[in-house]
Design a protein around this ligand. Sequence first.
Ligand SMILES: Cc1cc2nc3c(=O)[nH]c(=O)nc-3n(C[C@H](O)[C@H](O)[C@H](O)COP(=O)(O)O)c2cc1C
Length: 347
Amino acid sequence: MKVVIEPKIKSLASPKVSEVLFHVGNVPIHGRSVLSPMAGVSDSPHRLLARSKGSAWSFTEFVAAEQINLGNPKAIRLFHHEPDEDPVWFQIFGNSVESITSAAQRIEPLNPKIIDLNMGCSVQRVSQGGSGAGLLKNLPLAGRMIESLCKNTSVPITAKIRIGWYNDILNYKETVHVLQESGVSAISVHGRTKEMAYTGSANWDVIAEIKSFANVPIFGNGDIDSVSLMQKRLRESKVDAVLIGRAAIGNPWIFSGIEKSSLSILEINEVAWNHYQAMKHFYDRDAFILFKKYFTKYFHDFEDYKKDKDAILRIRDEMEFEETWFSSLERYSQNFNLFLIQQKRPA
Ligand SMILES: Cc1cc2nc3c(=O)[nH]c(=O)nc-3n(C[C@H](O)[C@H](O)[C@H](O)COP(=O)(O)O)c2cc1C
């Protein structure tokens, strides 16, 4: 039996920012933080939720030009988006001028506001084939790809890069110059090299340096995990916006400028439940399997959840998943209230 807990909801809707802060090509941008593209994670329901909380635009996951050109329905489906996600940026990757140009032309009728070329993916099967971060080792090709995309499509073209391939040869200056000369309208910079993959820390000094000499909008990216760090990065690096990836999973409030630690478990649950419903609507069957990666992140701060985690992740039945969710929540929220009472009790 499903236990429905009526949450006491305070409005979490993000303040609508009407002021245009800057433009990317002809596209006006109203915010300074964005959900970073993440394959298998930043799908339509997730982007919609992030936008509703203040993410300034929506990046699709990256899609292979080859698959677009083959008309693979699974690949094309990744570009599905709702009107409220707009402005939507389609991200694509490839390793040849012809293939990337024809892919962009095929997806243009699906109404991207911007097309972004992935030049940062470090995964071997992508980068070793010369796509993604592989383009950092072949800047003349990257330049020709951008030029061709600008010439043969009618939307602004942007790129997402890393600061170099090798740890000891950071070629970000050359990369930014080549991209600018080829016609990009903005550049997102993940402050790691391809060799680092996800190890170490993003180099925000380099991101700030890029912002200081670039003549297109620059978006900084890497390791932002709180509202306070986001504000510090924006202030100190002076980038036009920041991209937030891993820390936004299970924490869309980061785009509203609300620290998740200030929210009650019921407020978190309400958003998690709505997110799950949106996924059920989008994916129909098996949404609960796909939702588990978000579920873990929504609740991982709660001690009680840590005890239940393995059992919840093992569930293979939708009804059982929902029942366990709600019965666990009842327990967590009782303990959470108890925790609050204990916190408030005078010593
Ligand atoms: C699961 C996962 C999938 C990702 N997929 C993409 C992608 O499709 N395109 C892209 O440009 N970056 C992708 N990234 C990189 C992120 O956009 C981002 O650059 C990186 O996670 C660093 O930001 P963060 O520290 O805020 O997570 C992915 C990252 C993760 C963790």
